[in-house]
Ligand binder design. Structure first.
Ligand SMILES: [Zn+2]
Ligand SMILES: [Zn+2]
Ligand SMILES: [Zn+2]
Length: 386
């Protein structure tokens, strides 16, 4: 299979819409199954290796403390009793999943658990193999002409990109970001206001419910990447509060212990809450893509690794998120090109635009027609190489 088939000439392309839609659903299910099962097995495995201390909340969630952390901060005697817990573990007083207060317990796994976990690990591996086989069989243009030729993209990352783009049918890149949890939320550092929607880093138009400045106190909002941890314990710690107020109509929250009656954005009633914020995106794609970037792209990758390193120099904290966002954007752009024969290039910040990248010579990978179009865009100085 040396000569690549031109997607526009292949009989496959005629049926691209319905076939891809069906396959995306199957791949999506496989990916979800694999991710959820893998996370479950990882938790079981960490319970085996770091059994000294677990923090348990009233909902029964286990917050396992890493072994090196435990040794640093906790002293356990021979009978398993916690003799001394230093401040840092006690400080982590809220559940990472639901945000409710946790209590420390000592856990001793019975011996028969270990072989069961080993068996579970094997099942996860089987699932991973099934995912790879399905991905290869699909022969999706984005995979065949792009992802397969990018160093460090493992099947997990490729599946996350393919399924999220197909399912959301995203007409806009921002919609794709919101669906996969790569959007940015607005946080007021001064008064504790958190808006999951309506934040814009550049535009302030309160009449259209677009805010750059806090509608409550006027301070400039800070953009944050949403995460499970941020929603569960991050805001409580950030503002040092035990509860917060939530709008009954729109996704606006105020993390304060002063009473807030009306929503600063929509004017609806606010209610007092103590449990974690609900996730407003599907975390599976995000986790899969970030795992791929952290474990493979940042380590063995080619051009995307260079990009990751560049981001890392600017800010080590979110380099992997920024790299994953770029990859998602490239997938979306190329999908538009393959499917609708058009190139969508962001209008703002054109000078900072980074075009899709390959680790093998694109000429061998992209059909002639697409290559010509890309060259044309390059002439217009829209596609600026790194
Ligand atoms: Zn919990
Ligand atoms: Zn504010
Ligand atoms: Zn509201």
């Amino acid at each position: 299979m040396n000569g690549f088939v031109n997607v526009f000439e292949s009989p496959y392309y005629e049926k691209v819409q319905d076939v891809d839609f069906q396959r995306a659903i199957v791949l999506r299910r496989l990916l979800r199954l694999y991710m959820k099962y893998n996370i479950y097995v990882n938790v079981q495995r960490s319970k085996l290796t770091t059994w000294d201390l677990v923090l348990i909340c009233p909902n029964g969630h286990w917050n396992v403390v890493a072994k090196d952390e435990v040794e640093k901060y906790v002293t356990v005697d021979k009978s398993g009793k916690v003799v001394g817990i230093k401040e840092d573990v006690v400080k982590r007083e809220r559940c990472r999943i639901c945000g409710l207060p946790v209590k420390p317990y000592v856990y001793h796994p019975p011996d028969f658990v270990e072989p069961i976990v080993r068996k579970l690990e094997k099942s996860v591996e089987d699932l991973r193999q099934a995912l790879i086989a399905y991905l290869e069989a699909w022969r999706h243009p984005l995979y065949m002409y792009w992802l397969k030729h990018v160093k460090g993209v493992v099947p997990l990352g490729a599946s996350a990109i393919l399924t999220s783009i197909e399912i959301s049918k995203a007409p806009k890149l921002s919609k794709l970001y919101r669906f996969t949890g790569f959007h940015v939320i607005g946080v007021c550092p001064k008064c504790g206001l958190v808006m999951l929607k309506n934040y814009s880093p550049n535009i302030h138009q309160p009449e259209k419910r677009t805010y750059k400045y806090c509608p409550r106190c006027g301070a400039q909002l800070v953009g944050k990447f949403p995460s499970k941890k941020l929603y569960a314990i991050g805001f409580f710690n950030m503002f040092k509060v035990k509860y917060y107020y939530a709008c009954t109509r729109c996704p606006t929250y105020v993390f304060t212990e002063d009473e807030v009656r009306k929503c600063p954005v929509c004017g609806a009633e606010m209610v007092k809450k103590i449990e974690a914020l609900k996730l407003d995106y599907d975390p599976i794609y995000k986790t899969a893509l970030l795992t791929c970037v952290k474990n493979a792209v940042a380590r063995v990758g080619g051009k995307y690794k260079e990009l990751y390193n560049k981001f890392k120099q600017e800010d080590p904290k979110d380099a992997h998120i920024r790299t994953a966002k770029i990859m998602l954007a490239h997938g979306w752009q190329l999908w538009n090109l393959f499917k609708f024969n058009r190139i969508e290039v962001p209008v703002t910040n054109l000078s900072k635009y980074i075009p899709p990248m390959w680790d093998v010579e694109p000429k061998r990978v992209i059909p002639e027609e697409i290559l010509k179009r890309l060259e044309k865009e390059k002439d217009k100085k829209i596609l600026i190489p790194l």
